[in-house]
Design a protein around this ligand. Structure first.
Ligand SMILES: Nc1ncnc2c1ncn2[C@@H]1O[C@H](COP(=O)(O)OP(=O)(O)OP(=O)(O)O)[C@@H](O)[C@H]1O
Length: 313
């Protein structure tokens, strides 16, 4: 899919110029296709009296371009679900498919390669290498995979994240919010099928959290990225396009989030999910939460051009 969008970051709080109009040639895949699927996912820890059913036959499907929040009380199974979806933990029963490939049937080496090439990760702790610049941190996964960076994609990512003028800085010279945006850029740089984020705003102040969530939402809307995020924070979840709630290892609610003039409305469940949802609203809201992104092929999109020579790095 070739995307050329006008771009207007609603609550952008970054240092430097506001991101503008990234054009993303050749972004793989179509918006709306299923990129993550869980089928009857069960994860049991321990045995006998110590047995815990952390996940209990969870089924769901996440479509390309969705920004999904996984919520629920402590111990409800959020992290277990994220880890199973991301191939970091093996379910006791059931299947996980990433871009149509069953990762639960993969050998370790194949799974490691898939995680490296198809998945991005963002954690509460930024996990940046202190001796490398922001740019070197962002490009590190590609270097390790012996892949050449795609300059247009690199430019689009750093522009959306608003870190174009911090690329030469080391992590210690960046704010927490900027460091986390570098970590998000690193997660996005390999054009993963999906980014898994575990409490990505947990170490950030309120303003930095809002800015980071805003750019995560923008990456989904303007770059067609898919993000699945565990969060305790209802405000964070409200920035997403879909909220999945867990209780005792089961999905109890799965709602699309529609944002119109600052208001949110719940809607129907996404396809492939074994959960109830509020009736009477529109499923397509999961595809497009209607944030401040102007239509494709706007004059702003056409005028944007690469400014960084990542290919030469
Ligand atoms: N390695 C493990 N061994 C035994 N039990 C575990 C293990 N990991 C998780 N559990 C149990 O599985 C259940 C789900 O845990 P999980 O960490 O997925 O919940 P969570 O919703 O992410 O919680 P929190 O919000 O506190 O991080 C809990 O009862 C937890 O105690």
């Amino acid at each position: 899919m070739s995307v050329a969008t006008g771009f207007q970051a609603g609550s952008y709080g970054g240092v430097g110029p506001q991101p503008q109009a990234p054009a993303v040639p050749g972004h793989a895949g179509r918006r709306g296709e299923t990129v993550v699927e869980a089928r009857g996912l069960t994860r049991v820890y321990g045995s006998g009296e110590a047995q815990v059913i952390a996940l209990d036959e969870v089924s769901l499907a996440v479509q390309r371009g969705q920004f999904v929040a996984i919520m629920g009380a402590s111990g409800s199974g959020k992290s277990t679900l994220l880890h199973c979806l991301a191939g970091l933990d093996a379910p006791t029963q059931g299947q996980v498919l990433i871009a149509g490939r069953d990762i639960t049937a993969m050998r370790d080496q194949e799974l490691t390669t898939l995680r490296r090439d198809q998945l991005g990760f963002v954690f509460q702790s930024f996990n940046l290498l202190p001796t490398l610049s922001a740019e070197e941190n962002i490009l590190l996964p590609l270097r390790l995979a012996h892949r050449k960076p795609d300059t247009d994609w690199y430019n689009a990512v750093v522009t959306v994240l608003g870190i174009e003028n911090r690329l030469e800085h080391r992590p210690s010279e960046l704010s927490g919010g900027q460091q986390q945006r570098v970590a998000v850029a690193r997660a996005l740089i390999g054009r993963p099928a999906v980014v898994f984020a575990d409490e990505p705003t947990g170490a950030l102040d309120t303003a930095s959290s809002a800015a980071l969530l805003d750019v995560l939402a923008q990456t989904c809307q303007t770059l067609g990225q898919t993000v699945v995020m565990v969060t305790h924070d209802p405000e964070a979840a409200a920035t997403t396009s879909r909220i999945i709630r867990l209780a005792d290892g089961r999905i109890t609610q799965d709602q699309a989030v529609e944002r119109r003039s600052g208001a949110h409305a719940a809607s129907a469940p996404a396809p492939g999910t074994n959960a109830p949802a509020a009736p009477g609203t529109q499923a397509q809201a999961a595809q497009d939460p209607g944030r401040q992104v102007r239509a494709a092929a706007s004059p702003g999109g056409a005028s944007w051009r690469p400014r960084h020579a990542a290919g030469s790095l």
